[in-house]
Design a protein. Structure first.
Length: 318
């Protein structure tokens, strides 16, 4: 029988079919399987559901077996995950479900009993294997294969601990260093300062976990352009004292602001912030010496629209 006739017969006998590139998703008697372009079955009909290919990896499929375990297979019918999981996909808070889109090549793998981890489509394997009690950060908060450091969380002896791993899953800063959270890692350079939480206080470490700025701040942001927003909190989150520091913990903008929007910016060697002073709900542009400016008084038009993402000591990521 010719290939064309074989495919035609296959589709006629199916209860449901969907062509995805050179692969067919076929349903017969309530179970799904995969067939290639020659009409040859490449995956047995053992699955309750086979989803459309992943949006950014169209040669990969998500499968649900008869025990409701979720797997990943490629377009050749090869199973890529080492085991079936409770769920695979980005946790979508708005719909309380899992989607089939990846984030820069990473996708979250979740098991109710064995915690969560990440699957990397570029290497086609679990880069962080779920183990009991382990949790990973929401996939949309990391930079996937472009991240130089990925935080992984676990409760050890009743204490929340965080380690930093690379995109291969190798430890950069282990749990034993006692950290509870990390910020973004934009560079593998040893001189780059990584936001780190220890004892409910934020500080900065290098890629080896050495504290370069002690963990002493209640509020802190990642370093961008060698500047970071830091500060202290009073009796509540609304009693903030924020300022800006540079490398070596040098104060660039005094901590006299209750909110700083956007990022600090530099004009003619001076640091500026778009902020509101303590006790004042109005936002203005202030220079590092406290002098207030209007936007049209500046020689450049800074980007001050977006709020800066900073970390508060009592935010939990577990």
């Amino acid at each position: 029988m010719s290939k064309t006739k074989l495919i035609k017969k296959l589709l006629q006998e199916s209860e449901f079919h969907l062509k995805c590139g050179d692969v067919y998703i076929i349903e017969k008697t309530g179970l799904y399987s995969l067939y290639n372009a020659d009409g040859i079955k490449i995956l047995p009909d053992d699955y309750k559901q086979i989803y459309r290919p992943f949006k950014d990896f169209p040669n990969h499929f998500k499968l649900v077996d008869i025990d409701d375990k979720v797997w990943i297979a490629d377009g050749m019918g090869k199973i890529l995950t080492s085991r079936g999981y409770h769920a695979i996909g980005i946790s979508c808070h708005y719909y309380d479900r899992f989607t089939n889109e990846t984030w820069n090549g990473f996708i979250e793998i979740d098991d109710d009993k064995d915690g969560s981890g990440y699957f990397d489509f570029t290497t086609e394997k679990e880069v962080i294997v779920p183990i009991p009690g382990q949790r990973v950060r929401d996939i949309n908060e990391i930079k996937g294969i472009y991240s130089y450091g990925i935080p992984v969380f676990q409760n050890i002896d009743g204490k929340n601990r965080c380690k930093l791993v690379n995109s291969k899953g190798d430890d950069l800063i282990p749990y034993e260093r006692g950290f509870e959270d990390f910020g973004e890692v934009f560079s593998p350079d040893e001189e780059y300062l990584i936001l780190a939480l220890k004892g409910e206080k934020w500080g900065y470490v290098n890629i080896d976990g050495v504290e370069k700025i002690p963990c002493k701040y209640d509020v802190a942001s990642d370093f961008v352009d060698k500047m970071a927003i830091v500060g202290y909190v009073g009796q509540s989150l609304y009693e903030l004292r924020l300022g800006v520091i540079g490398h070596h913990d040098k104060v660039l903008v005094p901590m006299c602001y209750q909110e700083i929007l956007g990022r600090p910016f530099i004009i003619d060697g001076r640091v500026f912030v778009y902020a509101s002073r303590i006790g004042d709900d109005e936002y203005h542009i202030y220079r590092d010496d406290g002098v207030m400016f209007e936007l049209d008084e500046l020689p450049e038009n800074p980007h001050i629209i977006h709020r800066h993402y900073w970390h508060y000591k009592n935010w939990s990521r577990l």
